[in-house]
Design a protein around this ligand. Structure first.
Ligand code: TPP
Ligand code: SF4
Length: 282
């Protein structure tokens, strides 16, 4: 390639800015979700997919506001139902890159059943959970990933309930890519998101994303996270052993599987809107 041609190619390459909308996020200053947004736009630039070929689907929560802050197509649905909407979308429009994003309350509590079956179905989606171990938007109730002894006004003395283990559950349910990231490491998180999108099937990325308002102690996560000491594996049993015995702060890709993504055997994806409409005519 000539110098002029390579300069033109470089100029045409998308930048993270291309994926940022004009809406200013209304998250609290210091919220981890700002960094996750920045990682997402970096990952999309790296993948060189155009905004019109990408859909960001979410539920309800502070983290679920993320589609509006991108220039991609967006779907801000109802609480806990993002994976159901995204599954239908991907099956109907397989050529689109579908990224699902939300919080631990949205995804593991009200949406928990959809999470299990999305892992099991293995449709080619990427699911990003901004996990702050609390319901941020509704002002600090414990979530499924809250530590049993977290003392707060709304849960005096803690809930005493064992915390949900998203990575172990994703593995057991059949997710084809499982990773943990940290909002305070935006470049590392961007790389993980890009890998997750490129991996066929259901990719799950759990991102520790601090809620500085209701869990200010999570600012300390920056001193606790560390890179996973071993490379990813394609053996789910080995991955499960690792994830059940780590300290919860290992960052990196844990598991890359070889399952074929689910694709409908009949040509649903090829039907036009008019044909679909006719199917619902009474
Ligand atoms: C059906 C339904 N139930 C409850 C709510 C109230 N609600 C809105 S957001 C939310 C929790 C959000 O927590 P999380 O998903 O962890 O996101 P965060 O705000 O922490 O990012 C709840 C319970 C709702 N909007 N709809
Ligand atoms: S309440 Fe928590 S999760 Fe919501 S924007 Fe503020 S810091 Fe972020």
């Amino acid at each position: 390639m000539t110098i002029a041609a390579s300069a033109t190619a470089a100029a045409a390459r998308p930048t993270p800015q291309l994926y940022k909308s004009d809406y200013k996020p209304i998250w609290c200053p210091g919220c981890g979700d700002y960094s996750v947004l920045s990682s997402l736009t970096k990952a999309l630039a790296k993948l060189e997919r155009m905004p019109e070929d990408i859909v960001v689907v979410s539920g309800i929560g502070c983290s679920s506001r993320i589609p509006a802050y991108t220039t991609c197509y967006g779907f801000h649905g109802v609480h806990g139902r993002s994976l159901a909407a995204a599954t239908g979308l991907k099956l109907a429009r397989p050529e689109l890159t579908v990224i699902v994003a939300g919080g631990d309350g949205d995804g593991y509590s009200i949406g928990g059943n959809h999470f299990l079956h999305a892992c099991r179905r293995n449709v080619d989606l990427t699911y990003i959970v901004m996990d702050n171990h609390v319901y941020g938007m509704t002002k600090g109730q414990p979530s499924p990933t809250t530590e049993p002894d977290w003392d707060s006004k709304l849960s005096p003395g803690g809930t005493g309930l064992r915390a949900f283990h998203p990575l172990a559950i994703a593995l057991a349910a059949g997710a084809n890519f499982v990773a943990r990231a940290y909002a305070g490491d935006p470049n590392g998180t961007a790389d993980i998101i890009a890998e997750a999108v490129n991996n066929p099937g259901f990719s799950f990325v759990e991102i520790l994303s601090q809620c500085v308002t209701f869990r200010p102690e999570q600012r300390e996560w920056k001193t606790q996270v560390h890179p996973a000491p071993v490379a990813s594996t394609d053996d789910p049993a080995r991955a499960a052993r690792r994830v059940m015995t780590d300290d919860g702060f290992n960052i990196g890709i844990l598991y890359r599987g070889n399952r074929k993504p689910y694709a409908p055997r009949i040509g649903h994806g090829k039907r036009t809107t008019a044909e679909l409409e006719r199917g619902f005519t009474l």
